[in-house]
Design a protein around this ligand. Sequence first.
Ligand SMILES: Cc1cc2nc3c(=O)[nH]c(=O)nc-3n(C[C@H](O)[C@H](O)[C@H](O)COP(=O)(O)OP(=O)(O)OC[C@H]3O[C@@H](n4cnc5c(N)ncnc54)[C@H](O)[C@@H]3O)c2cc1C
Length: 386
Amino acid sequence: MRQNRACIIGSGLAGVVIANRLANESYDVTILERRPHVGGNVYDYVDEHGINVHKYGPHIFHTNNQDVYDFITKFGGFDDFDLVCGSVMDGKCVKTAFDFSSIDIFFPEEANEIKEHIKKEFGDAKSASILDLLNSSDALIKKYADYLYEKDYAPYTAKQWGIDINEIDKQVFKRVPILFSYGSKYFDDKYQMLPINGYTSIINKIIDNENIKVKLNTDALSICKLTDNAIDIDGYENFDVVVYTGAIDELFKYQFGKLPYRSLRFEFKYENIDSYQEMPVVAYPQVPDYTRITEYKKLPKQNVKGTTYAVEYPVKYDKENGNEPYYPILTDDSKHRYEQYLELSKQYKNLYLCGRLAEFKYYNMDQVIERALNVSEEIIKRGANV
Ligand SMILES: Cc1cc2nc3c(=O)[nH]c(=O)nc-3n(C[C@H](O)[C@H](O)[C@H](O)COP(=O)(O)OP(=O)(O)OC[C@H]3O[C@@H](n4cnc5c(N)ncnc54)[C@H](O)[C@@H]3O)c2cc1C
């Protein structure tokens, strides 16, 4: 019997996890990757100063999903890592999510009184959203909330999304809590960790299988043809399965219009100093152009001389200028357009969509692995029935 053949477009987490699962089921798998490296946005490398850096922004693996944890830890060791983030307001750096230490730092005279008022108003609650605090009728609580909103939440969000402060839908802040205790943690998942030898090493192990071939620097869309009901790739034999993890609007030549994304530009810098900032990831909401800085020798702790850090600028997404699509901008209009692309995709019988670009959806790493494992099962089951 001939081996099933699968073409995977994109070597990010979505693509490599599916490649791994299919190769284990004896599929002959070809991965086509446009970039000169595998790993998609989790790609990392050791720079010329001996510091491991994440090329596309800081990535911390965190999950409560045991299956995902069991899957990913098969491909290399991870160290526990509790991310500590900060925000610099009026020249002072405080931990985020904001906890009681932000009251001590910004309102030292009234700190005890503010904490007592919070206890009185919120009882045993461990946290509340900034909206709850902003809506408080207690003048002291409101003063604290107004300060955080004006100095951090509002300017950071306006900069991140390129919108005016007055256009911000405050509902988005519901998900970022203010803690009523000390000891802020950025994530609260059961597993929070970083790969000991980096993400690229994990990715390489996931695709280390004799049934998997990888072609880098290959834009699949320049060689793929959409027939009436299937996708063919020029120069390759017919594929039973094509898994597409790139941008869905690009696949269908933008026929329903472009899907909007926010992009980022990273400026990497090196200084011969011991430490640039207190914490690995620090937000600078009051600076006009960049949002945050990641200092990589602290992510995880690396005992090296000097320090490499990346300054992160949110920018308009524009493919022609070589920008990458990072965050989908979800509006009624963009969601409707995505649905049209999704509907169209259903007529291609050998096509599967997976990942943040193909599904126009923000996925964390654990979520995209979970999704890729599910898509793999679907493909394997369907393959077994034909
Ligand atoms: C700044 C930033 C920070 C993040 N931090 C975290 C974090 O701390 N923790 C966390 O859990 N998640 C984090 N994430 C999310 C994480 O990056 C994603 O979950 C993950 O990268 C999604 O994998 P993917 O395979 O769907 O997409 P991608 O990683 O984007 O992979 C898609 C791949 O497809 C390739 N491709 C596209 N089109 C084509 C084509 N036509 N031909 C060939 N190849 C093509 C691309 O080059 C790319 O390599 C972060 C995301 C961003 C943007």
